[in-house]
Write a protein that binds this ligand. Structure first.
Ligand code: GDP
Length: 705
């Protein structure tokens, strides 16, 4: 096993098309993992990391693959994170298990919306990062502009460690500002890194860039400040140490540059990863101690250790179904996983045997016997869900679960062939388990199966996977926005449930109030407050009432969508010695909530998306007008190199055909990306329309059923 200090778990994150896949491919090539470079959209089977057929066709990476490379005496686990926003959860998941990351930016496009999203996620998980400015060979490449954007938009101090020798077609290589050498990438595929004296034409600029780098770094290190004041030359190793420390504390991001496609700069970036990104030893991992539950029902925080001999703590961060069973990717945080070992799933309490351990390289795998802290391995044939923690004897620990974004779009699906229902069920169960943002619901009245997710592409991919992997063709309904409903005024209730059928009857009675959750920014969707005194309702029935309320808010009175922001206060009630039961109180709570939600001034909430559009300047007017006509709000427009970037907020309901609309409006020259921002109240007229449409659809369905 590699010494822990020489292990790096890194992710590569980027806006789509920044060159992340190409870069990963080059990393595999230069580190000797593969022997030939391939292009992403080439005809020789596509890049190694995109191993799903579908990904190959679409040219995007949907599932993050994990692979291990050796570099400079270090072991680097590279997790290829997806770039498309619809798959943000995959990015979140991989960030959870990473120690450091490379943020790839395009030298022309710079910091784009998705880079912002990814950056936010990295901050949330405290992941230190190196920025790689790719595509230095492209027309319009401007690393200085991109560096300024890092400071402006990402609010982190960029420290360029390199100075470009030329740009666009003239890009020759980089100047290493720490060792003050020119670095060239020679040979047919740039495999020979050649260091030379800095050419005279770049000498002054490079010297100025080095001074700037050192000045910035001196803000983080007093000794360097003194050295600079004395006009002495700092030691290269000292400079590296400062960069490493400031990177780990996330005060700076080192900036490196090159072109993956033209084979320049990648090896230097790998050196940068080993020099400046953290090892598992540098990361503090805090989990919940389930043997020590506090008042709020959570485990007390516990710091995990990388000491030898501690019990295992590992998290399943990704599951993939294969022909021979489930493949579960695990990151070890503490202790060791051993082949044949038995571990406890902290969520289910069940013991599971880890029969086979694998180290993954894109689609190849190597059998291993043991894995320690910091390792990322795959376990074969273990049944579990994403986010589960497994513990060895002596540990009862859960790593906090990952943040799961909202599912804003729904699609009804129906198998087209006889016998397809079973296979569809299996497929959906599998997808649901692999992807926490993918939800499966069924409508008890119509029997319809509904899938919900984060966007059109997200759901389309699953429909396509059903077709390919499970051989079920499905009829897909119109995509539907996942609206929500929320009460706006308080209503009192005094509700009795009574039923007399032959022998024993049912009796339950509840009194209280239903009101909107007061705090506007509260993320709570449901709140239950028990104010019943002196056993007016026996204690054992109170949870039943709560369950009844909870069931009722699954379908609101407006559109049968989820109710959010509702608080139920149970004040009083009564019971009957013989006829009261849990069941009776549950039914009572349910019927009471159903009836009173109707009177609570329900308002419809709709998902608002953050939209980023890029198109040639001349289309700016029409695009903005069009967005406004969709009830959109333009936040900013920014021109760069003849193209305009427009940032806006638009209701998802208006965006279903946007890809086509934008294409025809811009003659195919416009691009956009979209991501969920927030739920917001719909205007009254829109609410009325939606409610009416849903009512008609419901009637139609009922008539057909
Ligand atoms: P991803 O979507 O971020 O994974 O990006 P890809 O690696 O799929 O690259 C997107 C497109 O950009 C492909 O057509 C690549 O060939 C191209 N590309 C990647 N790196 C470079 C580069 O350094 N220079 C240029 N000019 N094109 C690049």
């Amino acid at each position: 096993m590699t010494a822990l200090s020489k292990l790096r778990n890194i992710g590569i994150s980027a806006h789509i098309d920044s060159g992340k896949t190409t870069l990963t491919e080059r990393i595999l090539y230069y580190s000797g993992r593969i022997h030939k470079t391939r292009e992403v959209k080439g005809d020789d089977g596509g890049a190694t990391m995109d191993f799903m057929d579908l990904e190959r066709e679409r040219g995007i990476t949907i599932q993050s693959a994990c692979t291990q490379v050796k570099w400079n005496g270090h072991t680097i686990n590279v997790i290829d994170t997806p770039g498309h926003v619809d798959f943000t959860v995959e990015v979140e998941r991989s960030l959870r298990v990473l120690d450091g990351a490379v943020l790839v930016l395009c030298a022309v496009g710079g910091v784009q919306s998705q880079s912002l999203t990814v950056d936010r996620q990295m901050k949330r998980y405290g992941v230190p990062r190196i920025t790689f400015i790719n595509k230095m060979d492209r027309t319009g490449a401007d690393p200085f502009k991109v560096t300024a954007q890092i400071e402006d938009k990402l609010k982190v101090t960029p420290v360029p460690l390199q100075y470009p020798m030329g740009a666009e077609t003239e890009f020759q290589g980089v100047i290493d500002l720490i060792d003050m050498q020119a670095v060239y990438f020679e040979g047919p595929n740039g495999e020979e890194v050649v260091r030379k004296e800095i050419p005279a034409e770049f000498a002054d600029e490079a010297a100025a860039a080095r001074t700037k780098m050192l000045e910035t770094l001196s803000l983080f290190d007093d000794a360097l400040m003194v050295t600079l004041l004395e006009e002495a030359a700092p030691e290269a190793d000292h400079v590296r140490k400062i960069i490493r420390e400031a990177t780990l504390s996330q005060e700076i991001t080192p900036v490196m540059m090159g072109t993956a496609f033209k084979n320049k700069g990648v090896q230097e970036l790998l050196d940068g990863c080993t020099a400046f990104l953290p090892s598992p030893l540098d990361c503090d991992v805090v989990a919940q101690d389930l043997s020590n539950i506090n008042e709020s029902g959570r485990g007390e925080p516990i710091r995990l250790s990388t000491e030898e001999g501690d019990p295992l703590v590992t998290m399943a961060f990704k599951t993939v179904l294969e022909q021979f069973g489930q493949l579960t990717f695990c990151r070890v945080y503490q202790g060791q996983i051993k082949k044949g070992g038995t571990y406890i799933n902290a969520r289910t309490g069940r013991k599971v045997r880890f029969g086979r351990l694998l180290r993954m390289h894109a689609n190849d795998r190597e059998e291993i016997d043991v894995a320690g802290p910091g390792d990322i391995v795959a376990v074969v044939g273990v049944d579990c869900a994403t986010g589960d923690t497994f513990c060895g004897d002596g540990a009862e620990i859960a790593l906090e679960n990952i943040f799961v974004p909202e599912a804003v779009l729904r699609l009804s699906v129906e198998p087209l062939t006889q016998g397809g229902g079973d296979r569809m069920g299996k497929a959906l169960e599998r997808f649901r388990r692999e992807d926490p943002t993918f939800r499966v619901l069924s409508d008890p009245e119509t029997g319809e199966t509904i899938i919900a997710g984060m966007g059109q592409l997200h759901l389309e991919v699953y429909v396509e996977r059903m077709r390919r992997e499970y051989n079920v063709d499905v009829l897909v309904g119109e995509p539907k926005v996942a609206y929500r409903e929320s009460p706006t005024k308080e209503v009192r209730f005094n509700f009795r449930h009574r039923k007399q059928t032959g022998g024993s009857g049912q009796y339950a009675h509840v009194v209280g109030r239903l009101r909107p959750i007061a705090e506007e920014d509260s993320e709570e969707t449901f709140r239950f407050v028990n104010e019943v005194s002196q056993g007016r309702i026996p204690k054992e029935y109170i949870p039943a009432v709560e369950q009844g309320f909870k069931r009722a808010i699954e379908k609101g009175p407006l559109c049968e969508t989820e109710v959010v922001g509702a608080e139920f206060v149970l004040e009083d009630g009564s019971f009957h010695e013989v006829d009261s039961s849990e069941m009776a109180f549950k039914t009572c709570g349910f019927n009471c909530a159903r009836e009173h939600l109707r009177k609570a001034g329900m308002t419809l909430l709709e998902p608002i998306m953050k939209l980023e559009i890029e198109a040639p300047d001349e289309y700016q007017g029409p695009i903005c007008g069009h967005v406004s006509s969709k009830r959109g709000l333009i936040n900013s427009t920014e021109a760069q190199y003849g193209s305009t970037v427009i940032l806006a907020e638009v209701p998802l309901a208006e965006m279903f055909d946007y890809a086509n609309e934008l294409r025809s409006m811009t003659q195919g020259k416009g691009q956009f990306s979209m991501e969920f921002l927030k739920y917001k109240q719909t205007p009254k007229n829109v609410q009325a329309e939606v409610v009416e449409r849903r009512r008609m659809e419901r009637e139609e369905r009922m008539a057909m059923a």
